[in-house]
Write a new protein. Structure first.
Length: 620
């Protein structure tokens, strides 16, 4: 007896055919839609290295139509009638729950890193946590082979059954700007101050310290402009010392000698890339245990060139293939519309046909017995119970997985905390040393302040003494002023007496002149008398008498002249005494004026010192 085909099997077969045909028609419809291009942007990070990765990717695409947030990929839905392509390189992800590409978004997953760090999303999932979910793995397989930026990501993908290969980082494909001139400049990017000081001592070039961390909230263009500026600085350097992966790899692409300092906690990001660049730990560099000449470093190796060339080929193939997938690109618009109409009509005929078959199947199902319905209900109950059991098991597995992840994260956090504690202990020791040094400096400052206070007290005493002396000087000046006034009065009196004496002397001088004239006249008369005496004896007695008389007059004149001479000598002595008194008074006046000037200078100095002390708030 031939076994009839089951109704359930026929329904499933028809449903499968209907779905396949629907998928084919939808695929044809998608391929006829023009291609748009997207680029990643970053709103949940301060690291400009993310923008540098997008700059490397955007060099290959013809334009940017949409900006897609790397941490909210699932939120981007292309507008109706558009396909969007994107070179999806970079670090995944702060919100792993959103790591799903919507329909009509076609990514090239290349140079990707799946982090094990806990995300910021509601479920706190990391990208590696998603590897335990089959739905996500099936989603990734749609875009395989996937280019892993590092060896650890490649191993994670391959272990999950996804075709993956080591691609390296897309920043290795960056090309330098020929207009940028290389300078005698050493660029240090996000390295400790001790290393900057070490580099400065080991070289004779200028040091420029920059950071790839930008904590300001800027628009997309501003962040990309800052990233471009960083790349220009890297390209202008004589060599670069950095702890940033996306500084070291662009320097390889530009041919700038670079030394990578192993400071990052998640060193798994560097696996496979360490071999391309010279690198060392911080303590090794400070101990000079590194093969890098800080005065004249040798060029980088060319080990990265093979990866770079393959990256360029893969991205260009993706871009060119994306254009080729527009199957109606060479047809006219009317031909495309006719084809779409034909596809739509065929699709509607198939729906009508399948709908009739489905109606007939439903009529057949109505004839089944109550036993089949009861059996179906029982099976449904068993299925529900089984589904509940599966749900519980799945939930338990998820909880166990989450618990393990949390435990691993707590272990990592504990290790990081221990490292931070060790560093904090070192920093505390340094801080204690600095505190001790500051205490010594404070003691010295206090001693200096105490000495300054003592000097201030001495200065105050000296100022008080100067004030007393100034008061005494003022008293002496007042007394001297009185004496000076008296002296001036006496001098005025003596000057008047001297003027009177000079008048008397002048009168005496005139009298003397008159006497001399009279004497000359008398002498002439005596001569005449003598002539008369010689001529006449009689006149001798008269002449003698006259002569005696004239002799007496002459003696009187002589006595008067002698007295006038004595008076003139006395006047001269008085005048000399007055001149001496006048000189002595002038000396006294000059001495008083000198003292007054000195007292004025001391008063000015005192006022200056008091002003300074008031300005320093040392006295009120």
């Amino acid at each position: 007896m031939n076994k009839k085909p089951s109704l359930k099997g026929n329904i499933e077969e028809m449903d499968s055919k209907l779905r396949n045909e629907t998928d084919q028609n939808e695929q044809l419809f998608k391929q006829s839609i023009p291609i748009k291009w997207g680029s990643f942007v970053y709103n949940n990070t301060f690291n400009l290295g993310d923008e540098i990765q997008s700059i490397a990717a955007n060099r290959f695409i013809p334009k940017i139509d949409y900006f897609i947030d790397r941490d909210y990929i699932a939120d981007f839905h292309p507008p109706a009638g558009e396909n969007v392509r994107i070179v999806a390189n970079g670090w995944y992800s702060h919100r792993a729950e959103n790591l799903f590409f919507q329909d009509r978004v076609c990514p090239l997953l290349i140079s990707v890193h799946f982090s094990s760090l806990q995300g910021f999303g509601p479920l706190k999932l990391s990208a590696t946590d998603l590897m335990r979910h089959s739905d996500f793995l099936e989603h990734l397989k749609t875009f395989q082979p996937i280019g892993a930026r590092d060896l650890q990501t490649m191993q994670i993908l391959q272990k999950a059954g996804i075709d993956s290969y080591f691609s390296g980082c897309l920043t290795l494909t960056l090309e330098g700007n020929p207009s940028i001139i290389q300078k005698d400049l050493i660029v240090c990017v996000d390295v400790p101050g001790a290393l900057v000081e070490f580099v400065a001592n080991a070289s004779n070039s200028q040091i420029l310290c920059v950071s790839a961390v930008d904590i300001t909230e800027g628009v997309v263009k501003e962040r990309f402009a800052k990233a471009e500026r960083l790349l220009e600085i890297y390209q202008s350097a004589r060599y670069v010392v950095t702890s940033r992966l996306h500084c070291a790899l662009p320097c390889l692409a530009y041919g700038i000698p670079v030394l990578l300092v192993d400071l990052a906690q998640d060193q798994e990001r560097f696996s496979g890339l360490h071999n391309l660049v010279r690198h060392a730990k911080l303590d090794e560099i400070l101990r000079k245990n590194v093969d890098f000449d800080f005065r004249n470093p040798s060029p980088n190796t060319n080990d990265y060139v093979k990866l770079r060339d393959q990256l360029i080929k893969n991205v260009k193939d993706f871009v060119n293939a994306s254009f080729d997938k527009t199957i109606y690109a060479s047809s006219s618009m009317q031909d495309q519309l006719n084809t779409l109409a034909s596809i739509n009509q065929t699709f509607q005929y198939q729906i009508v046909e399948k709908t009739g078959e489905l109606d007939r199947a439903r009529e057949t199902l109505k004839g089944f017995s109550s036993e089949f319905i009861a059996t179906r209900d029982l099976l449904s109950q068993r299925d529900l119970q089984l589904e509940e059991t599966r749900s519980l098991l799945t939930q338990s597995a998820i909880d166990l997985s989450v618990t393990r992840n949390l435990l691993e994260q707590r272990s990592d956090e504990l290790a990081q905390t221990r490292d931070l504690l060790v560093r904090s202990t070192d920093d505390l020791s340094v801080t204690r040393g600095l505190l001790s040094q500051r205490s010594l400096e404070l003691d010295q400052t206090r001693a200096s302040l105490a000495q300054s206070t003592g000097d201030l007290c001495v200065t105050r005493e000296l100022l008080q003494q100067r004030s007393d002396e100034l008061a005494q000087t003022r008293d002496l000046l007042v007394s001297s002023s009185d004496d000076l006034n008296i002296t001036r009065d006496l001098f005025s009196k003596r000057s008047l007496e001297l003027d009177q004496t000079r008048v008397l002397l002048a009168d005496s001088t005139r009298d003397l002149c008159i006497t001399r004239e009279l004497l000359n006249q008398k002498s002439d008369e005596l001569g005449q008398a003598r002539d008369l005496l010689m001529g006449s004896a009689d006149d001798l007695s008269i002449t003698r008498k006259l002569l005696s008389q004239r002799s007496l007059e002459l003696d009187q004149a002589r006595d008067l002249l002698a007295q006038s001479t004595i008076d003139l000598s006395i006047a001269r002595e008085v005048l000399g005494q007055r001149d001496l008194d006048l000189d002595r008074y002038d000396s006294i006046i000059r001495d008083l004026e000198f003292r007054l000037v000195n007292r004025g200078i001391l008063a000015s100095i005192g006022r200056y010192v008091v002003g300074k002390l008031k300005h320093a708030n040392l006295i009120k």
